[in-house]
Design a protein around this ligand. Structure first.
Ligand code: UTP
Length: 237
């Protein structure tokens, strides 16, 4: 679980929430900071997988299709619109890391070639039925990683949904079995949970630890990587 240990340092897998990349328009100032952040670590010998979410384009395209054809839209078509948004965003991320990134983005986390000579590997979504969190878990599993990091727009996982329960408390850590009780174990297109339930089941099964933390606070993300005191929630068995 210690990213800092140089001898055993594993490739760090980030599930990069689309809301950080494209909250509405592309967040250019955040992406500049994020690029500097990754380059700094790469210059110190670290390597990464960046799995990119769909953000506003995913939601906008799904919404547009719904307005035109109403409830006849299928779950698969909603997910595919989301998947293409993740791939478009992933290509943007690959573009800003061109000199250090595998040229082709990953679209199948089980079978695509992963070029481990490159410090940065970028992935979009795979197929309907889950979010890019699941893709990130699958790639982390392929690297036999012990831990990955979910960069989202929340600081902590709460003991209950803070929108519904005024007594909900932020948690420093939580067991997968309790987290799955909280978010359920099913994928609903467009759902927003701190970590995707399908991904959570896979992480629990493969004994993967996941930090959930606010991706916009890169100083804090740095503290996680360096094994210092951080803000966020560690999900684990
Ligand atoms: P994400 O839900 O991963 O994007 O993918 P996001 O922007 O990071 O999500 P939040 O809102 O910040 O949490 C966008 C959509 O693409 C589809 C799903 O419908 C998902 O909601 N998707 C993505 C898939 O169906 N399969 C995948 O492998 C990835």
């Amino acid at each position: 679980m210690n990213f800092k240990d140089e001898k055993r340092r594993e490739r760090v897998v980030f599930s990069l929430g689309g809301s950080l990349v494209v909250p509405n328009e592309v967040n250019v100032s955040y992406l500049r900071q994020f690029r500097d952040f990754i380059f700094d670590f790469v210059n110190n010998g670290w390597s990464f997988v960046l799995v990119v979410g769909g953000g506003a384009p995913a939601r906008n395209y799904i919404q547009a299709a719904k307005e035109i054809i109403g409830d006849s839209i299928t779950h698969d078509d909603m997910d595919w619109l989301g998947i293409h948004a993740t791939r478009f965003n992933a290509h943007l991320i690959r573009t800003i890391f061109r000199p250090i990134a595998q040229p082709v983005i990953i679209t199948n986390p089980e079978e695509d070639y992963l070029d481990t000579t490159k410090p940065v590997i970028v992935s979009g979504g795979w197929k309907p039925g889950w979010s890019t969190d699941y893709v990130a878990v699958k790639i982390a599993n392929r690297f036999k990683a012990k831990t990955m990091i979910n960069l989202s727009n929340i600081k902590y996982v709460y003991s209950a949904d803070p929108k519904k329960d005024p007594h909900a408390k932020p948690l420093k850590d939580m067991l997968w079995k309790d987290f799955i009780k909280l978010v359920g174990d099913k994928w609903i297109p467009g759902m927003s949970a701190p970590f995707d339930p399908v991904a959570s089941k896979q992480a629990m099964k493969t004994n993967l630890n996941v930090y959930v933390t606010e991706g916009s606070d890169l100083e804090n993300v740095k503290r996680i990587l360096q094994g210092e005191n951080y803000t966020g929630t560690l999900l684990h068995n």
